[in-house]
Every structure is written in structure tokens, then in C-alpha cells.
Write a protein that binds this ligand. Structure first.
Ligand code: RI2
Length: 307
């Protein structure tokens, strides 16, 4: 796929999931660099920058994509030679993709320690990181059951339910509005993240914050699974996380309701740190209040504040 095609697939959600779009973006820049036939280094740099901007314009909320593209182009400015720049982009992209896949596996191992045999787990949407935890616990022989929310409007919960059922894990599917009713039958909640802000707030699929509130009310631990590249250096710089609102056609069909009715389709929400028990990362389990420390330590290269 060309960089343009990858951008289109991310925008239209053929490629989706915060980790997946980050890896796809990194690989798109790599493929572009490998296929670059020009002889002018400045033109090469400009086109890489243009490609990066196009990829970033696809989905505004997940910081994973931004962190991935920053990593892939790190050091590019100082490159003096086309070959050297191409090699740098390829090595950076390969390094990012391989670290991000290892991170998902490590999150599975670390996050599953908390799960005991007999636990009933609830998850929302379709998160590779959360599924890594659940899968790890199951492969360790823990007899668990998983409840999955439908996750309107894209219904990614069906994908999650299929993956769990394929692995032989007892799975129940519920509609999003059933969460409060079934919470009495749940021991732990595991969800993914699109962005973790420096104040520990987690931005994830719409409905996540309601699940967190309900879990809090029922004293059920609400655990977030997030690779360190889901943490946002931009929030340290004072930027607010932009919540993507998608097309109303994802919710209602043409002619289904009067045109005068306004339709909003926000696809993410923010869960404040107070409602989060812990965040499982590839460098360990942390309190949401340690998000700033993770940003400084793991993503430090992006931290220089300029006046
Ligand atoms: P992993 C998804 O976003 C969901 O919000 C999911 O919880 C999150 O990315 C993290 O997914 P979308 O692209 O990176 O479906 O853990 O809107 O796979």
C-alpha cells in the first residue's frame, strides 16, 4: 500500500486500534523512504514531512500515531545524504514496530498477574493490549470468563468476542447500556487506551468513562492496558487531547430521523485518574498519577519546553 492508501485506510477505520494505526503509520513512512527515487535530500525531507502530516490528519485523538511518527523521523533533520536518511527511517520504523509488539506481549504477562482462577472480566471495544492480558491469564490455566460490550457504533466488541471465542475463552456479549446491570457479576475491568494524558486521564473508546464510573461505584478495579507510546508528551506542553467526532452516518441511516435533529458522534471520552486503579505498561504497573514520570522517562526526547 502507498502512504496515501495507508492514510485512507486509517481514516476509514479499515486499519484501527491505537497500537495498530501507530505501527501502520511507521511502516508507511518506511515504505515511502524505501521507494524514494529522487536525488534531492531537501525534497526527500519535505516529502517525508508531508507524508507525516497526511498520516497525522487521519485520526486526531490517538497519540500513539504521533509518537510513532516522531520516533521514525527522529534524527532526520541532521541527515546530509539520501542513503543515510533512508537507512535511518527504516531502522527507526523497524525498531518502533518491534518494540511495540514486544510491549503488547509484556503487558499481557504483567497485567495477568492480578487475575485469579474464577475471575469474571469485563472489557470494552477491541484492545490488543487488554486482550493480551486476558489471553495470557487464560493460557496460564486460569479459568476466567469475559464479558464484552458491543461498543457502538462500530461494534468492535463483536471482533473481541470472536477472538475470545476462537481461543476457547467463555465469552458473553452485552449492549453498552447493560454495563451497570451486569457489573455485580464482574471482578475486574480491563480496557485499552488511545492516549494517556500527563494528569493520568485516559482517553479511550466512547463509553469507557461510564464503565469506569460504574466500576468505581461497585468497587471493581478498573485497569488500563497501555504501551508507553500511548502516553502524551503534548499534554505536558499544555495541549488538550482532541476528541474525534465522526460522521453521523455511522449512527443513523439517511432519512431515519428528521433532518432538524442534530447528531453527534464523539468516538472517545476521557476517564479521570481518580477512577483508574492502575495502568499496565511494558515497564510495569503504575498509578495513573505517575503518567508524568512515564512521559519524562520513556518519551523524554519530546519533552523540551520552549518559550
Ligand atoms: P489497542 C481503539 O480505538 C479503542 O479505543 C481501543 O481501546 C484502543 O484503540 C486501544 O487499542 P479505535 O481505533 O492499541 O478502534 O490496545 O477507534 O489495540
Amino acid at each position: 500500500m502507498s502512504l496515501r492508501e495507508v492514510a485512507h485506510s486509517i481514516r476509514t477505520m479499515e486499519i484501527r486500534g491505537a497500537g495498530e494505526i501507530a505501527r501502520a503509520g511507521a511502516n508507511a513512512l518506511k515504505d515511502f523512504a524505501q521507494g524514494y527515487k529522487g536525488k534531492d535530500i531537501d525534497r526527500f525531507k519535505n516529502q517525508l514531512e508531508g507524508g507525516k502530516k497526511l498520516l497525522l490528519s487521519t485520526r486526531p485523538t490517538a497519540i500513539s500515531l504521533w509518537n510513532a511518527l516522531q520516533t521514525v523521523t527522529k534524527g532526520a533533520k541532521d541527515s546530509k545524504d539520501i542513503e543515510e536518511l533512508r537507512d535511518l527511517i527504516v531502522a527507526n520504523a523497524d525498531g518502533f514496530v518491534s518494540r511495540s509488539k514486544d510491549a503488547v506481549k509484556m503487558i499481557g504477562k504483567v497485567g495477568s498477574q492480578r487475575i485469579k482462577g474464577g475471575d469474571r472480566i469485563l472489557t470494552h471495544c477491541n484492545s490488543k493490549a487488554a486482550l493480551s492480558v486476558i489471553g495470557h491469564a487464560f493460557r496460564d490455566g486460569k479459568k476466567i470468563e469475559v464479558t464484552v460490550t458491543e461498543s457502538r457504533p462500530w461494534r468492535q466488541g463483536l471482533q473481541t468476542a470472536k477472538e475470545l471465542a476462537r481461543d476457547g475463552i467463555p465469552t458473553t456479549l452485552i449492549i453498552d447500556s447493560a454495563v451497570r446491570w451486569v457489573m455485580k457479576d464482574i471482578d475486574l475491568v480491563y480496557v485499552g487506551a488511545d492516549t494517556v494524558a500527563s494528569n493520568g486521564a485516559v482517553i479511550n473508546k466512547i463509553g469507557t468513562s461510564q464503565i469506569a464510573l460504574i466500576a468505581h461505584e461497585a468497587r471493581v478495579p478498573f485497569i488500563v492496558c497501555a504501551e508507553t507510546f500511548k502516553f502524551s508528551p503534548k499534554t505536558v506542553h499544555g495541549e488538550l487531547v482532541q476528541i474525534e467526532e465522526r460522521d453521523p452516518s455511522e449512527i443513523v441511516k439517511e432519512g431515519e430521523i428528521p433532518k432538524s435533529v442534530r447528531i453527534r458522534n464523539p468516538v472517545f471520552d476521557a476517564t479521570p485518574a481518580d477512577y483508574i486503579d492502575s495502568i499496565v505498561t511494558e515497564v510495569g504497573v503504575i498509578s495513573p498519577y505517575a503518567a508524568y514520570d512515564i512521559i519524562v522517562k520513556e518519551l523524554g526526547q519530546e519533552m523540551d519546553l520552549e518559550i
